[in-house]
Ligand binder design. Structure first.
Ligand SMILES: Cc1cc2nc3c(=O)[nH]c(=O)nc-3n(C[C@H](O)[C@H](O)[C@H](O)COP(=O)(O)OP(=O)(O)OC[C@H]3O[C@@H](n4cnc5c(N)ncnc54)[C@H](O)[C@@H]3O)c2cc1C
Length: 483
């Protein structure tokens, strides 16, 4: 192969992670004056994965993510690269107000220390227990970056230990439902919220950390934009449309849809990707950006398959309901509400979508997005659409003072909604890195591994692309052959 011949890279999975990685590989290669040819293999007949926007008359709703926070420069860099800044849509100021269900009533989450002191969400004794966080000693073993499952504290246990049981049940339990569709008792704090572990490790506790950080407040304020939720005019699909458009318009990239990868092998000639109907390759390198439950099926070698297959996902049903504004008695000027397990509801919470982004509902209407399921209630997906809508309406009616049935409803089922980082997840990632050493040129990325949000996908896409380009710079080219 001559210097001018393109190195071939396969990307498995055309969600935001795979598409962004493909974009960065092509851009990075071009900047380094190297030639690449990148093929994205996407299982479905349309790319995007969970990022999909449904436009139905005047209504606009999301299949998966509602938006992303603007505190991650990698996403903003991607937006800039795709020339999408003009389409960015900032959430309303009202969306800063978030609510919790407590004793069947909505109460605003306190957003400042004085509001926390006054909140009725916690008993006086529980507030006292929170104040005692200052006195709780640092846990041993925080220096181990990859703890074994038995040494890896859950989010719930961390909350109980540092802030008390009531705090964990009232605040942490619903927050984990809102972020992960998961159970705080089953997720690793170190993998899900690594910053919390850092704060305890470096400062001895959360209050001590807050004091130290507030002394550096000026520095922190200068460090970058704060986290405000953003989407795009046209919804989150705008990001996918722009990524696909830019790759399709690039001679060095191709996005193939209806191309489910079933096998991945490597020999002296390079990597071969097998889809339903054909073998493709050889490739010099492969990025696997399909979710773990899929990647485990085609990963090369039993060790990788077992390690990847151990990462499971929560099931979730998303029920989006459109109401005439007059039929919603409660003020829905805010982000939405979460529901602690002890309230005994099947819904995990609801986003007040049309208050977050005003262009989502038909005029004179509001759009509410209820979430149900999670690891404690997987069989909710067995209910038919009418039953899911009836369940959501029945549980929301006393909370939001609903006065009639919705005028429109949409049900979306996610059998594999969000990756659940269980205790030992970081140890698993370390073992995965070691196992990957036997498979040069293979990089895993996407929300199964180091962060479940769009922001993490964007950040990891940059890292994955850099690793592929490093590999190409150091490894001999794969044998010639068509894809
Ligand atoms: C209901 C819900 C709400 C969410 N809300 C938010 C939010 O508000 N903010 C946020 O940041 N994140 C949110 N998320 C998470 C967000 O959706 C993920 O971060 C993001 O979509 C992950 O992208 P990905 O590319 O890693 O995976 P995916 O979106 O799952 O894409 C993977 C792609 O791989 C393809 N694929 C799978 N198997 C194969 C195969 N064998 N061969 C070829 N292709 C294959 C799939 O078809 C898919 O297109 C939410 C998720 C859900 C489900």
């Amino acid at each position: 192969m001559t210097e001018s011949e393109a190195r071939r890279i396969a990307v498995i999975g055309g969600g935001v992670a795979g598409l962004a990685t493909a974009r960065h590989i092509v851009d990075g290669a071009r900047a380094a004056r190297r030639r690449v040819s990148v093929t994205v293999f996407e299982k479905n007949d349309a790319p995007g994965g969970h990022l999909r926007t449904i436009r139905d008359g005047d209504w606009q709703l999301e299949w998966g993510p509602n938006g992303f926070l603007d505190n991650e420069p990698a996403t903003l860099r991607l937006v800039e690269r795709l020339d999408l800044n003009g389409a960015l849509l900032r959430s309303s100021d009202a969306a800063r107000k978030r609510f919790l269900l407590s004793g069947g009533r909505l109460q605003e989450l306190p957003s400042s220390p004085p509001a926390f002191i006054k909140t009725g969400l916690l008993s006086p004794l529980a507030k006292l227990r929170v104040a005692c966080e200052f006195l709780v000693r640092k846990r041993a073993g925080l220096d181990d970056p990859n703890p074994a499952p038995e040494a890896d504290e859950t989010i719930y246990d961390f909350g109980v230990r540092r802030l008390g049981r009531e705090f964990a049940e009232v605040f942490l339990d619903p927050m984990v439902k809102g972020v992960f569709g998961g159970d705080a008792r089953e997720l690793s704090l170190a993998a899900a919220f690594p910053r919390m572990v850092e704060l305890e490790r470096d400062h001895g506790g959360l209050f001590k950390a807050l004091i130290a950080i507030s002394k550096q407040k000026k520095k922190a304020a200068d460090a970058g934009p704060s986290g405000t939720l953003h989407s795009f005019r046209g919804g989150m699909a705008a990001l996918i449309d722009a990524l696909v458009g830019s790759l399709d318009g690039d001679d060095d990239a191709e996005v193939r849809t209806s191309a489910p990868v079933t096998g991945l092998t490597r020999d002296d000639a390079g990597w071969t990707v097998t889809t339903d109907d054909a073998s493709h390759g050889p490739f010099d390198a492969v990025v696997d950006a399909s979710p773990a439950h899929e990647a485990a099926g085609h990963a090369p070698g039993p060790e990788l398959r077992e390690l990847i297959g151990g990462i499971d996902y929560s099931p979730m049903a998303v029920v989006t309901l459109g109401f005439a504004s007059d039929d919603v008695g409660h003020d829905v000027d805010g982000f939405g509400h979460l529901i602690p397990t002890r309230e005994g509801h099947r819904l995990l919470g609801a986003l007040w979508t049309s208050s977050i982004f005003s262009d989502r509902a038909a005029g004179g209407h509001v759009l509410i997005r209820a979430m149900a399921g999670g690891p404690r209630d997987p069989h909710i997906l067995d209910l038919d659409d009418d039953a899911l809508v009836a369940l959501a309406v029945a549980e929301l009616t006393p909370v939001l003072d609903l006065r009639s049935m919705p005028v429109r409803s949409w049900v979306i089922r996610h059998p594999h909604a969000i990756a659940q980082y269980r205790p030992g997840h970081l140890r698993r990632l370390k073992d995965l890195d070691q196992a990957l050493a036997a498979w040069p040129g293979l990089v895993l990325t996407g929300s199964s591994y180091r962060g479940i949000s769009v922001n993490y996908c964007a950040k990891e896409a940059e890292i994955a692309a850099a690793r592929i380009l490093d590999h190409l710079a150091s490894a001999p080219a794969a044998a010639e052959g068509g894809v």
